[in-house]
Design a protein around this ligand. Structure first.
Ligand code: HEC
Length: 297
């Protein structure tokens, strides 16, 4: 008898704790958008899913025998994780970041998906709720990398490479063009597109249109020309950059490992992105010695 009471107490306490964790996760976007990086943010999603799952397990414990183990519980158990994945689609990051209430709804959806998945798995087969809870948390944690293609942006017209840069002599230009194309690809696949536009449109971070070669105003009102060194540092060490009018600590500092370091000794990917940024600017590549032709003009 005592055992049952103690068990029930554990269920109630863990359910209440789960509800609290879930609620604070749902409302978090209203407090701050800038305090976390994308990775930390997805770890918060994982915490939220854990909270929702704990609540679901607690509530499922109260299910009557006749309500459980019905086949149709399987449907939400399968659908909910899929919906949860969709709600973390990277192309929506920029939009969600600038619309806190929508972000709250997104979190509500993620929490609901976590709750439903665990509840219905547990209702379908007793004990299955636990692996489902682990799966949901693992899914959110895996998204902590936060990278993916942004389908919404792929459909935009591709940025025009400088018309002037290759009037003739196509053969000689193959190398920089392919580097640029790789950069354009990385822009999408690494998720830069979630925060940087290439057509001058406003976004979370500065647009890449006419960025290279132009002065950048820092938070302390000093200016720096965006040359290769500046761009490289901005990409590898975003935590050390603070531009006027842009939120600090939002750009992930996780790109370092993907673009430079021991695994990328030649920094090809980094150079490709920088070449792409240059191709979006009408000031071209300042760090490359201008050819006599250009000087004459
Ligand atoms: C989550 C949003 C986000 C993502 C994703 C992101 N950035 Fe940024 N980026 C920013 C913000 C915000 C700033 C301004 C930072 C500051 O002032 O502290 C910035 C600044 C920059 C700058 C300096 C721009 C300037 O005007 O001087 C460069 C270059 C840059 N990012 C490159 C990249 C690259 C390359 C990627 C992808 C590999 C990327 N960013 C992904 C948000 C992001």
């Amino acid at each position: 008898m005592n055992d049952i009471a103690a068990g029930r107490r554990v269920v109630i306490v863990s359910g209440a704790a789960g509800a609290l964790i879930m609620l604070s996760g749902i409302l978090a976007p209203l407090l701050s958008h800038t305090m976390t990086s994308i990775s930390v943010h997805h770890l918060l999603h994982a915490g939220m899913a854990a909270g929702a799952g704990m609540l679901a397990l607690a509530l499922a414990a109260g299910l009557k025998k006749r309500d459980r183990e019905r086949v149709w519980w399987m449907i939400p158990a399968v659908l909910a994780p899929a919906v949860g994945l969709l709600l973390m689609w990277p192309s929506e990051y920029a939009y969600l970041m600038s619309h806190p209430w929508l972000h709250v709804c997104d979190h509500l959806g993620i929490a609901l998906a976590g709750f439903l998945a665990v509840f219905s798995a547990q209702a379908y087969v007793r004990g299955l709720g636990w692996p489902m809870l682990i799966l949901m948390v693992a899914m959110d944690a895996a998204a902590a990398g936060g990278f993916g293609v942004s389908p919404g942006l792929v459909s935009l017209a591709p940025p025009r490479p400088q018309a002037r840069s290759s009037p003739s002599g196509m053969g000689k230009k193959v190398q920089p063009l392919s580097l640029r194309a790789r950069g354009a690809h990385l822009y999408l696949t690494l998720g830069c597109s979630g925060c940087h536009s290439v057509n001058g449109a406003k976004s979370i971070g500065p647009t890449w249109r006419n960025l290279a070669g132009y002065p950048q105003t820092l938070a302390d009102s000093k200016t720096r020309i965006a040359n290769d060194k500046f761009l490289k540092n901005a990409i590898l060490f975003p935590d050390q950059l603070h531009l006027k009018g842009f939120p600090r600590g939002v750009m992930p500092d996780t790109y370092r490992a993907m673009l430079a370091g021991a695994r990328h000794p030649r920094e090809l990917r980094l150079r490709a992105i920088i070449a792409y940024i240059h191709s979006l600017s009408n000031r071209g590549n300042l760090s490359r010695r201008p050819s006599p032709n250009v000087l004459e003009k």
